[in-house]
Design a protein around this ligand. Structure first.
Ligand code: NAP
Length: 285
């Protein structure tokens, strides 16, 4: 019988990558269920609608029980705007415990222990304390963010505009994170582990601009605008306020050197090297 797996945050950036790789690999032994805020919209969404969808809202505890009915494993993706984890995520973990959920895979960020202000750390703690078997995937900064956040300006202005200073980033291919997330549902060696998943080398945005320049055959310049100028630029590009706040916070972490750290956990557990930034750039630009 197929295992029912509930995914929260399935309509977001990571969630969609997770679902699209599931289609590619056909997820034979899994019945993937997308927990969504807007059920009707999700049902007609070309990507999400191919899966079973269930109403799920972190802000509405009444949706938890039904969403978790018959679910064996949970892939927990925390919405970036959700900061009060005690109020909105701890109750979900409690319901998961009551419902006898057998595994939680949680998407976290690298080096949580060193940034105690990051909400992911408390979520990790709630999961571990619940006694539910888990895999915590502390992922580095996705390479795919380069196109998501700077793709338009690279095309239109030949610039990459970030407030990350000279800070280096442990660019991580989102496809590797998806691979290990699916592996965590079946691989006993990944149980009850906090994994630091990153690419194997860190780069700053000058180096990224140079690599894209070489591939694209035109000069791409990394500009380091002031925080205010950056916000103005992104508002003009019609980025959501939430994403701009998120980008600014991430750039701050990068600038402070908190995103440079790399780990070999991916290779240790997945028995292959992580995809490289060079490969991503060759494929994308
Ligand atoms: N970007 C990176 O490089 C990176 C690296 C490591 C870890 N992460 C972590 O990955 C996580 C997800 O990031 P993302 O970029 O995929 O986020 P995102 O694109 O903003 O997606 C957020 C998802 O959460 C859903 N959501 C928002 N509020 C909700 C609520 N009240 N109840 C239920 N669902 C709700 C959204 O649904 P709607 O469609 O209804 O809005 C959407 O599906 C974050 O915790 C982030 O810190 C990101």
């Amino acid at each position: 019988m197929k295992e029912n797996i509930l995914i929260t945050g399935s309509t977001g950036f990571f969630g969609r990558h997770l679902l699209s790789q599931c289609q590619e690999e056909s997820c034979e032994k899994k019945n993937i269920i997308a927990g969504v805020r807007r059920e009707n919209e999700a049902k007609v969404d070309a990507q999400i609608g191919q899966f079973e969808v269930r109403p799920f809202d972190f802000f509405n505890i009444n949706t938890f029980e039904k969403a978790l009915d018959g679910i064996k494993k949970l892939i927990l993706i925390r919405p970036p705007a959700l900061k009060n984890t005690k109020r909105y995520i701890l109750p979900l973990i409690k319901v998961a415990k009551q419902k006898n959920i057998q595994h939680i895979t949680f998407l976290s960020v690298t080096n949580t222990e060193k940034s105690k202000m990051i909400p992911h750390l408390s979520v990790e703690k709630y999961i571990i304390e619940s006694g539910i078997p888990y895999t915590i995937i502390r992922s580095g900064f996705f390479m795919q963010n380069i196109k998501r956040l700077a793709g338009n300006e690279i095309n239109l202005n030949q610039t990459i505009s970030m407030t990350a200073g000279n800070g280096k980033v442990n660019f991580t291919d989102i496809r590797d994170v998806v691979d290990i997330a699916y592996a965590s549902l079946v691989d006993a060696s990944l149980q009850n582990k906090e994994l630091e998943i990153t690419g194997n080398k860190s780069f700053n945005f000058y180096e990224v601009a140079e690599m894209i320049s070489k591939k694209a055959g035109k000069k791409i310049t990394y500009t380091k605008p002031s925080a205010i100028k950056f916000i103005r630029e992104k508002v003009k590009e019609k980025f959501s306020v939430q994403l701009i706040i998120q980008m600014s916070a991430v750039c701050n972490r990068i600038k402070q050197g908190k995103a440079e750290f790399t780990s070999d956990d991916f290779e240790r557990y997945m028995h292959r090297r992580p995809r490289s930034l060079e490969t991503y750039i060759m494929e994308t630009f």
